[in-house]
Design a protein around this ligand. Sequence first.
Ligand SMILES: [Zn+2]
Length: 309
Amino acid sequence: MLRRFDFKPTSNDPGFQATGFLFGTRQPIGPRYTPKMIRQRSLRDVPAPIAKYLRTASVVRRLKVLDAAFTDTGLLKIITDHLVLTIEPHRTMKFGPETITAGLYFQRVIERGDLIDAVVLPHVEDGSHPIEAFWIDIRYVGASPSDGWGTMKEDGQFALRAKAGEKAERVVTRLLRDTAGHTFEEGACETPGFFEIRSKDKRIRRPDRICTCCGMTVEVKKRNHDTNFVVSHSDRRSFHTENAAHGVHAFVFADMQPRFVANSDIARALVNGRYQNGQGSHDRWAEINPDAVRVIDAPRCAGAMQKAA
Ligand SMILES: [Zn+2]
């Protein structure tokens, strides 16, 4: 009698790469993030190449997002390299203490080319697979499994927030590149496909976004819950010493459409006292009165225009 292969150890056990060995698929080494609510169910991990045959809810990782759309019935359809996934956009997903709908998560966090992990159900008639939840693939760098597991509890929420910021930056740099002729360093406009967490230091160091042709800087501010023009500003680190006068700020609100405001415009509003001060545990900021600044079109690249002339 054939012995049925048991996929265990379960998804939250770093030893699960054994399935990669058995199926000849390459699985990344190291701990894999799984939200707590799903970890508790001990779903098995099924490698993406054979996931279309799965018979019970399973975790499938590193599905590459190629496209997404809404179906006639209002489902969010995510087309990946191995499976076509569907989920109700209003379905809620929980990452640490944060709850977010599937539709918002996708809009805020996911980019074409990203790898996602998902809780996948068996396929339905048309061959697509309903999913219960999905999240950006989290890659741990410099973390041994023992390092990673201690902190993994909130990593989904951390990734949700930080990846949303990264997506907003790339939305802005792509727009400046494609509609205004600016040039950015390699990688500034494209997603690496995953979210990276370094074991020791969870702070993210974002490089300044600067056009390599005309030198215009762009500072991206992602705000999910309001449409306020909030900038970093304090006595010790004042706005005008931290931001080049000829640069711009790009505010990206929930609709993901960048609003550009010239740094010189913001500096003038600050000098004229047309702002409110704010203070958090780590930083200070200024909320500019909305009628004190002007939203402008993406500024054209001066360098590119000179070359063209
Ligand atoms: Zn430029």
